[in-house]
Design a protein around this ligand. Structure first.
Ligand SMILES: [Cu+2]
Length: 109
């Protein structure tokens, strides 16, 4: 092994640890069919990556008419949603499979 391959391995390990190339990673957790946090605060005016983590056993569908997004998240799994750059404001999100109980917002500021 030379230094170059070592550097590649260390670089890959760092990427695995941080999980993404995005500077900021925002997490929406679904548990007992509730979003945590209820309102996710993100920066306006830049691209952001949101991880939607479903801690429930049943599938969810992360959906937002405001943001024009719809993505199924299986029970115990997670998906990533790329958004933005967003204008400052509050955007409604919900779980389309449990829309009576499971709503939240994303606030860009
Ligand atoms: Cu839907």
């Amino acid at each position: 092994m030379n230094y170059k391959s070592l550097a590649v391995i260390v670089g890959c390990a760092a990427l695995l640890l941080t999980g993404s190339a995005y500077a900021d990673d925002y997490v929406f957790t679904l548990k007992d069919h509730k979003f945590t946090p209820e309102q996710l605060i993100v920066p306006a005016g830049q691209k952001i990556k949101i991880t939607v983590r479903n801690m429930d056993k049943t599938p969810a569908e992360f959906e937002s008419f405001d943001l024009n997004r719809e993505k199924v998240v299986k029970g115990g799994e997670e998906v990533t949603v790329i958004l933005g750059p967003l204008d400052a404001g509050v955007y409604q999100v919900f779980d389309d499979f449990h829309k009576d109980t499971t709503t939240g917002t994303i606030k860009a500021q």
